[in-house]
Write a protein that binds this ligand. Structure first.
Ligand SMILES: *[C@@H]1O[C@H](CO)[C@@H](O)[C@H](O)[C@H]1NC(C)=O
Ligand SMILES: *[C@@H]1O[C@H](CO)[C@@H](O)[C@H](O)[C@H]1NC(C)=O
Length: 230
């Protein structure tokens, strides 16, 4: 009887204690989205400031220049969760270590077991890897949303060009070769907009504190958050 009890505890305890599933997966993914929200806003605000300074005539500047990025922010809001959850679990962290028969691979589960388990302990153990997965996924999604060829890029470009030509029209309304100048202005604005949008990946890295990503680590609060799950 005692030995069967021991056997059961031995077999069941690792599953119950060590897997990150359900709420653990959902909450950790959401917590990273919350942490990244000001990073995304600050990155876009930096770019919006450049758009104002380089493209929009003072008389046409908006109070909230970040509103140029509304299309990208909406698309990000809709797709970020699914993409991030998948990038963390199971692309790298696997939830359970057990195979289909409920058997742990040799040396597992422990933080250095060859298969990276999705346990809270292993996520803390591989914390730098976890951080870089979250950063890369977030930056990749937002890079796509700010790249020419995406629907969101075209929407943002249209907003910026409309504001740019509004001011120009006012400034140049007395100029006879107005149409020609306006066409040239639009071409310049397009090119400048493209180069500002191209700076997104670097601007986001800068917002995160440079290559070390020191401002996008949240190491202590996130480790504490992760370890609240059994
Ligand atoms: C999307 O917007 C909703 C409502 O404002 C918010 O609760 C949610 O956290 C946002 N998601 C992301 C990924 O920003
Ligand atoms: C961004 O686009 C590339 C190329 O189409 C694609 O491979 C990648 O998965 C996309 N990233 C995200 C996060 O959707």
């Amino acid at each position: 009887m005692v030995s069967i009890m021991h056997l059961l505890i031995f077999l069941l305890a690792p599953v119950a204690v060590l897997a990150c599933e359900g709420d653990c997966i959902i909450d950790i993914t959401n917590q990273y989205l919350i942490q990244y929200s000001p990073v995304v806003i600050n990155t876009f605000q930096t770019m919006a400031n450049l758009i104002d300074a380089k493209i929009i005539p003072p008389s046409s500047r908006r109070q909230d220049s970040i509103s140029y990025f509304t299309p990208a922010l909406h698309a990000y809001n809709k797709t970020a969760y699914a993409g991030l959850e998948h990038a963390i679990f199971p692309s790298y962290f696997h939830g359970k270590c057990q195979d289909a028969n409920g058997i742990n691979p040799p040396g597992c589960p422990n933080p250095d077991c060859p298969k990276v388990c999705g346990t809270p302990g292993s996520m803390v153990h591989f914390y730098p890897k976890l951080c870089s997965i979250v950063f890369e996924q977030t930056r990749s999604l937002l890079t796509n949303l700010t790249s020419p060829g995406s629907k969101t890029y075209k929407q943002m470009e249209a907003m910026v060009l409309a504001d740019a030509s509004k001011g120009k029209r006012r400034a140049l309304s007395k100029v006879s070769r107005f149409a020609k100048l306006q066409a040239r202005g639009t071409t310049n604005a397009k090119t400048t907009f493209a180069s500002i949008m191209k700076s997104f990946p670097q601007t986001m890295e800068d917002t995160c504190g440079g290559p070390s990503l020191s401002q996008c680590s949240w190491e202590q609060p996130m480790k504490t958050f992760i370890l609240q799950y059994p």
